[in-house]
Design a protein around this ligand. Sequence first.
Ligand SMILES: *[C@@H]1O[C@H](CO)[C@@H](O)[C@H](O)[C@H]1NC(C)=O
Ligand SMILES: *[C@@H]1O[C@H](CO)[C@@H](O)[C@H](O)[C@H]1NC(C)=O
Ligand SMILES: *[C@@H]1O[C@H](CO)[C@@H](O)[C@H](O)[C@H]1NC(C)=O
Ligand SMILES: *[C@@H]1O[C@H](CO)[C@@H](O)[C@H](O)[C@H]1NC(C)=O
Ligand SMILES: *[C@@H]1O[C@H](CO)[C@@H](O)[C@H](O)[C@H]1NC(C)=O
Ligand SMILES: *[C@@H]1O[C@H](CO)[C@@H](O)[C@H](O)[C@H]1NC(C)=O
Ligand SMILES: *[C@@H]1O[C@H](CO)[C@@H](O)[C@H](O)[C@H]1NC(C)=O
Ligand SMILES: *[C@@H]1O[C@H](CO)[C@@H](O)[C@H](O)[C@H]1NC(C)=O
Ligand SMILES: *[C@@H]1O[C@H](CO)[C@@H](O)[C@H](O)[C@H]1NC(C)=O
Ligand SMILES: [Cu+2]
Length: 582
Amino acid sequence: MRSFLSAAIPLVFATVAKAAIVEHWWDITYTTANPDGLYERRVIGVNGTWPPPQVDVTVNDTLIIHAHNSLDEPTALHSHGMFQNGTAWMDGPSMVTQCPIPPGHDFTYEFNITQHGSYWIHAHYMGQYMDGLRTPFILHNSPEAYTYDEDIVVPLEDWYHEQSSNLLDSFLNQYNPTGAEPVPQSGLIKRTPNASFNFVPGKTYRLRLINMSGFSMFYVSIDGHEFDVIEIDGVDTQRQTVKSVYLTAAQRVSVLVTAKNTTDTNYYFRADMDTDMFDILPEDLDYNLVAPVYYDQSHNNFAPADDEGMASQFDDIEFKCLEPAAAVQPDKQVNLTIDFQVTTDGINRGMFNELPYLAPLVPSLNTMLGMGNLSYEKTVYGPQTRAIILDHLSMVEIVLNNLDAGAHPFHLHGHVFQIVGRGAGVYDGDESKVEKWYLENPIQRDTVQVPAESFTIIRFRADNPGVWFFHCHIEWHLESGLAVTFIEAPEVAQQRMTLPQAFNDICEAGNIPTNGNGAGKEGLDLKGAPSGITLIYDGFTAKGKGAMAACIIAAIIGMGSIVWYALSDPEKKARDIQVGRA
Ligand SMILES: *[C@@H]1O[C@H](CO)[C@@H](O)[C@H](O)[C@H]1NC(C)=O
Ligand SMILES: *[C@@H]1O[C@H](CO)[C@@H](O)[C@H](O)[C@H]1NC(C)=O
Ligand SMILES: *[C@@H]1O[C@H](CO)[C@@H](O)[C@H](O)[C@H]1NC(C)=O
Ligand SMILES: *[C@@H]1O[C@H](CO)[C@@H](O)[C@H](O)[C@H]1NC(C)=O
Ligand SMILES: *[C@@H]1O[C@H](CO)[C@@H](O)[C@H](O)[C@H]1NC(C)=O
Ligand SMILES: *[C@@H]1O[C@H](CO)[C@@H](O)[C@H](O)[C@H]1NC(C)=O
Ligand SMILES: *[C@@H]1O[C@H](CO)[C@@H](O)[C@H](O)[C@H]1NC(C)=O
Ligand SMILES: *[C@@H]1O[C@H](CO)[C@@H](O)[C@H](O)[C@H]1NC(C)=O
Ligand SMILES: *[C@@H]1O[C@H](CO)[C@@H](O)[C@H](O)[C@H]1NC(C)=O
Ligand SMILES: [Cu+2]
């Protein structure tokens, strides 16, 4: 079971491969597709086709994606999990590291491949990736840390029949005071409802499980087979055998599966959606996805179901990195409390420390590079850009206190972090609340699930000057405000970086200022920057506020919705503020 000699030959050939320039031309277009076979709709694809092409590169290559925006709204591409060390401006999130690419304009993403593992590329402009603009991004290494015979990429995703902009309008809406998220209509394995696998006896397969969901979470297993986990979010792990794995939005896990020695039985690959997240469970939603694993297609003998589903014992904190790194004492602690409340605009929003993120009028990276010493002043980025300044090379500890009754997947751009501890309730510095510390060789990854009403402690070294977004990867929650911006080592970044001219060009083309503070002004004059969407102040305790706000909103809806509407179009305003168009 541990010998994989048959895999050695192709890998030896691969080691002589020269670093290459991998160049893609993507015309980002609307097209029509029926991904789940249930409903044809307008989707976003590349060159008029869906799904967008998978991107494959090898360590030391240079990737170039020439993007042309043929949509009627802006777009931006994020290569999820890339450190972009020295190329912070290539990260992609709209109004964080760049202006979005306006309709009809071109923009080239170019960066060197210094990591390896399983990643994905997705739009980072509003809810756009849920309309289909997402694709696996595989960074091959040579040699790989483990040997295997075949590499199978298994993207998993949820699928909606409605356009994301319409769903966002009804989600960010005062008629949705509880913040119920839109429930997807389908889930797809390998981008189709018809996926299957063909296994050959004795072979070992690497399955790269990539969760490209906007919302849904999956438990993945194969009846009668075990998984040997070897990679978590691009980080090689010590090999460890499990029955099933669990993936939240944006997480990746590679597993090795050794095929059976006989062909008399076929099996099912299973991806069960975590239905706990859905406020309602539609009768027609097929949330337990299956794909046959054929050893022999000529018969129909399937092994009995052997599916743990949501009872899975998988827990990422129990894994160890192949290249060990001990945790060290932090220099800076950042306490981020996650909560959902109805805010002054009547919308139920996710937020850190009681204030939702609102995108500034100037991308935060431009502000950091252009504001001299003021770049150390967090308010310069905008009143609700939620800037947190990090000193170069400091060890940062983030305490994530999740007060919400749902679990949330948090993603840090530009880094992987160590997961060092977890516990129930709120962490207030009392170490006895931490169930167990993981300090010797903690797992490192770029997206962590924080379970309901509990805390998780993560650490990373601020060794990558730039501006890095930290947000919930449930798209609905990001758009509602559950994000902060890490401003990492401003002085070092200013010394090392100059934004390429193309960045200024797309800002100007979209009428977005390229310079100045979060309001596009000099100094600390932030008039005009998006702000003012805050908790409703009522003098009650934090817990009372939610209930109180819900009552106020219910009353407003009951009595004065016409007046409310006459004053503004809050959904649209909220969306515009998110992208800095207000
Ligand atoms: C898209 O079209 C361009 C221009 O015709 C072509 O160079 C490119 O290879 C196409 N890309 C894909 C992924 O089809
Ligand atoms: C799935 O397979 C069925 C039956 O072969 C076929 O009719 C359908 O078009 C397929 N759906 C997709 C989305 O490929
Ligand atoms: C990629 O690496 C090469 C060689 O080290 C360097 O010259 C080039 O500037 C790098 N490209 C980017 C986009 O960083
Ligand atoms: C990438 O470059 C480094 C430094 O030159 C080298 O040690 C490594 O083997 C290269 N990796 C691959 C996959 O070519
Ligand atoms: C992907 O993540 C979402 C959101 O966390 C989750 O609901 C879904 O079940 C996950 N899918 C898989 C296949 O892990
Ligand atoms: C397959 O057969 C070989 C040789 O008999 C044995 O060593 C191996 O454990 C078997 N593998 C499985 C998955 O049963
Ligand atoms: C920033 O501060 C340093 C020392 O505090 C000073 O030497 C430098 O001139 C200042 N730079 C700017 C642009 O104000
Ligand atoms: C973090 O914030 C929570 C909620 O405000 C508070 O209860 C807790 O004491 C804080 N934790 C630390 C370590 O400061
Ligand atoms: C970025 O590169 C520097 C060396 O230039 C290195 O010390 C640092 O660890 C890197 N950080 C990340 C996150 O890759
Ligand atoms: Cu991301």
